[in-house]
Ligand binder design. Structure first.
Ligand SMILES: NC(=O)C1=CN([C@@H]2O[C@H](COP(=O)(O)OP(=O)(O)OC[C@H]3O[C@@H](n4cnc5c(N)ncnc54)[C@H](O)[C@@H]3O)[C@@H](O)[C@H]2O)[C@H](O)CC1
Ligand code: K
Length: 511
């Protein structure tokens, strides 16, 4: 699947003009391809089709689709949501339907006609906004979109449902909810995000005749992470190798209050191929969890009276870190002053890839500039609340669009950020983003993040790049979560069931 941003689509469109393509031809192709896709999905002959068209090129595609559907025997009406087209190509396409038996009305010009028309409409086409949309719908278009969503017939969206930002997936609360979205040439980031299915419905990619050469040099910034992508990147197990060949993960985790986090993250790492996993924690945690982690190396260290790891352990931690191939820090560490100082020192001094989760993220949020002193590659795995602490942006702003803030954070601090949520996105410092396709709401439970952190840490320890460790870890975690939900239900599944499902996920890798 090729995913292109709106900016990249513009580049590809521009490039195609060098290959005897014209904007008008592309619009003709797009509208025709949309009409063909609609005809494959629904019988249009003799049916009433109402097409809502905006002023931009998306509206132009809508005019072409109107002509094609009319030629196919549909009774077509076009509603101009915002007056006359503002691009010459769209204006030309509107002119071409003038000679046909197609009613064209302005939204608001004749409310009675529109009410009657919608009452007899069999299917709707949304050609109001395409990739040019950003921000919020204005009052008028909120009304239009509400009207469309309220008709109760199948809605076909052209390129992207109106009200959805193609690059971020952010959806206006009133955005069009389509049964099918016909995307032109390539998926857009938003149409590839699983959570956007609520707005996009089924997504169909239509070829609009952009020559392959026009895509040259346009490297997709978004990658859909699926089974094939992950299994291609998992570390190979070769004959004549030993445990030292598969990495050593140092897991700095746990405190008296949060022993489970240390157990879950260590177990998940051990189930993910790492040659050695060392749990560095307080003496008490190590003594208690020993029976649960017979395969782990335990590094019992000094503790504070409150049962958290003491800063006195710092030298031992740094030594152990240098003997490792990756370090994971933060799960169940607590948020006291020593825990924070330990995290800062690890960031400043560790030269191995460093995965920071949970309390490690909370520590960073209090002293974010420490990230500028990092010595190694850093992967952060925040959920929305942690992202809010890291960026100091309010939750209400992040919820509809965590990606923009996550990308900006990754860029500013030069770190890989795993944005945990309904569909987890991984953003790397260089603008690239990985969209995950696995997982379910049963993973929204305590302990789940510890499992993910262990997985990502283990893959980093085995030499995967930060973004591959993160994106593969997220997919494996989601897949194991899907198995666990299948067996135990989303209600009853626990984080440990996710770990228990990991062997089956890896066993599916027949390569
Ligand atoms: N790129 C291609 O290869 C092709 C694209 N086609 C179609 O064109 C649209 C993109 O068209 P564009 O004219 O750039 O924008 P839109 O039609 O999506 O938007 C119209 C207009 O609306 C303005 N706008 C944006 N946000 C808002 C807002 N919140 N409120 C009010 N107005 C807003 C914006 O400035 C735009 O000018 C693409 O999706 C395809 O459908 C071609 O036809 C085929 C080739
Ligand atoms: K649209």
């Amino acid at each position: 699947m090729r995913i292109l941003t709106s900016e990249q689509m513009k580049t590809v469109e521009r490039n195609s003009l060098n290959y005897s393509m014209s904007c008008e031809r592309l619009m003709e192709n797009a509208g025709s391809a949309a009409a063909a896709a609609i005809r494959r999905a629904a019988d249009v002959e003799g049916r009433y089709v109402t097409i809502f068209c905006g002023r931009g090129n998306n509206g132009g595609d809508g005019f072409v689709a109107a002509r094609r559907l009319s030629e196919a025997g549909a009774n077509v009406a076009v509603v101009l949501t915002d007056g006359d087209p503002k691009t010459p190509e769209a204006a030309e396409m509107l002119r071409r339907i003038g000679v046909m038996d197609i009613a064209v009305v302005g939204y608001g010009d004749d409310p009675e006609y529109l009410t009657e028309r919608l009452a007899s409409t069999d299917l709707l086409v949304d050609a109001i906004y395409g990739t040019g949309f950003h921000g919020e719908l204005d009052g008028r278009h909120r009304d239009v979109c509400r009207l469309i969503n309220g008709v109760g017939v199948r809605v076909f969206a052209l390129d992207i449902p109106s009200g959805v930002n193609a690059d971020t997936g952010e959806a206006d609360p009133c955005a069009v909810r389509a049964g099918m979205t016909v995307v032109f040439d390539s998926d857009k980031p938003a149409t590839a995000m699983p959570a956007a299915a609520e707005y996009c419905g089924e997504v169909v990619v239509a070829d609009i005749g952009i020559p392959p050469e026009a895509h040259e040099g346009v490297e997709p910034l978004f990658t859909l992470v699926d089974r094939g992508w992950v299994f291609d990147r998992l570390p190979r197990r070769r004959r004549n190798t030993h445990k030292g060949d598969y990495g050593k993960l140092l897991n700095v985790a746990g405190s008296q209050r949060y022993m489970g986090a240390a157990v879950l993250s260590t177990l998940a790492a051990m189930r993910s191929g790492a040659g050695y996993v060392t749990l560095a924690s307080t003496k008490e945690v190590c003594r208690t969890v020993l029976p649960m982690l017979p395969e782990a190396v335990l590094l019992p260290l000094a503790q504070n009276p409150d049962g958290s790891l003491s800063y006195k352990a710092m030298d031992a931690l740094l030594e152990a870190a240098e003997r490792s191939t990756a370090v994971l820090a933060g799960n169940g560490l607590g948020t006291g002053p020593d825990a924070c100082r330990i995290v800062y020192e690890l960031v400043r001094r560790v030269s191995r890839p460093l995965v920071i989760d949970a309390d490690g993220i909370n520590a960073l949020a209090r002293n974010i500039d420490i990230l500028k002193d990092k010595k190694a590659e850093v992967i952060l795995t925040p959920h929305l609340m942690e992202l809010s602490r890291l960026t100091t942006l309010p939750l209400e702003q992040l919820r509809p669009d965590p990606l923009t803030a996550g990308k900006a954070f990754a860029r500013e601090y030069g770190v890989t950020v795993v944005l945990k949520g309904a569909h987890t996105l991984t953003a790397a410092p260089g603008e690239r983003v990985w969209i995950n396709t696995t997982g379910n709401a049963g993973l929204a439970k305590a302990g789940s993040g510890d499992v993910l952190a262990g997985l990502v840490g283990a893959l980093a320890a085995q030499g995967r790049s930060p973004e591959e460790a993160a994106a593969c870890g997220v997919w494996l975690h989601g897949m194991a979560g899907d198995y666990a939900a299948g067996e135990f239900s989303q209600y009853a599944m626990l984080a440990r069931d996710v770990i228990d499902a990991l062997p089956r996920v890896f066993a599916d890798n027949d390569r």
